[in-house]
Ligand binder design. Structure first.
Ligand code: NDP
Length: 253
């Protein structure tokens, strides 16, 4: 039974693995006995982790191709890709800066597609692979002031389904994790504000913020043989945020 969930000796690439959610996923797979390669733009940050790495900006198709080929050359194959690289910028929609819109679409949409394409190329050749995209609660519902990011995460849901149906017959499964509010560099300042923190703790049925480590269990499941018949799904890990709310109604117990 334990083997069903084993990721031991799998070659796992975490794009956007230098910090935050990607780093926690990478550490989780190291503990589970996988061979982990992380990538991002920042060589110093990558090196400081002590993990195997490739320097790669996901917006550059040539770098992404080279990153995937280098991993295959160094480790023989790519069993699992975590597509984690992502950026955010919050601003009113009616004056949203065009350069920030472009940057978000470049990393979150084009960059994640390029990485799925280049790693998927090797997985299709291997006739085996798992791609896990990091979507967002914005893939499932919206919050004001986050229109461009929300749109980009909607695209991650579409990409997940599109690649899943295209590669299912090649034994490559493609799924997405939609995290709720997870404390990282991307949003740490937001949660220092007691009004914002109070809102999320009240509105989330689990009544707490998430930590990057909250995503490790689902990540291992989606990378393991236990999920071989699951593809094209966006699975929320959000303490119940997208399921609904608690409310002040008092009921007999
Ligand atoms: P962080 O800012 O902590 O980490 C972002 C990661 O993406 C870093 O490793 C960064 O590395 C990498 N990255 C950014 N741009 C590029 C690029 N052009 N090429 C390669 N790597 C890049 O954010 P989180 O860990 O919070 O977010 C990770 C993912 O999870 C994102 O896709 C985000 O949208 C998503 N997410 C986060 C949530 C949260 O609450 N934190 C909730 C839902 C989804 P470097 O700077 O070294 O290049």
């Amino acid at each position: 039974m334990q083997d069903l969930f084993s990721v031991k000796d799998k070659v796992v690439h975490v794009s956007g693995g230098s910090r935050g959610i990607g780093r926690a996923i990478a550490d989780g797979f190291v503990q589970a006995g996988a061979t982990v390669v992380i990538s991002s733009r920042d060589e110093a940050a990558l090196q400081s982790t002590g993990l195997a790495y490739e320097v790669c900006d996901v917006t550059d198709a040539a770098q992404v191709d080279r990153c995937a080929s280098n991993i295959v050359e160094r480790f023989g194959r790519i069993d699992v890709l975590f597509n984690v690289a992502g950026i955010n910028f919050r601003h009113a929609a009616e004056t949203f800066p065009a350069d920030k819109l472009q940057a978000i679409l470049d990393v979150n949409v084009k960059g994640n597609y390029l990485m799925a394409r280049s790693c998927g190329f090797h997985m299709v050749a291997q006739q085996k692979g798992k791609i896990i995209n990091i979507a967002s609660l914005h893939t499932l519902q919206s919050l004001a002031g986050v229109s461009a990011y929300g749109m980009s995460k909607g695209a991650i849901g579409s990409m997940t389904r599109a690649l899943a149906v295209e590669w299912a017959s090649q034994n490559v499964q493609v799924n997405a994790i939609a995290p709720g509010f997870i404390v990282t560099d991307l949003n740490r300042k937001l949660w220092d504000d007691p009004t914002m923190r109070g809102w999320v703790e009240d509105r989330t049925p689990a009544h707490r913020l998430g930590q990057p480590s909250d995503l490790v269990g689902l990540s291992i499941f989606l990378a393991s043989g236990a999920s071989d018949f699951i593809t094209g799904q966006v699975i929320a890990a959000d303490g119940g945020f997208t399921s609904g709310s608690t409310w002040p109604l008092v009921v007999p117990r």
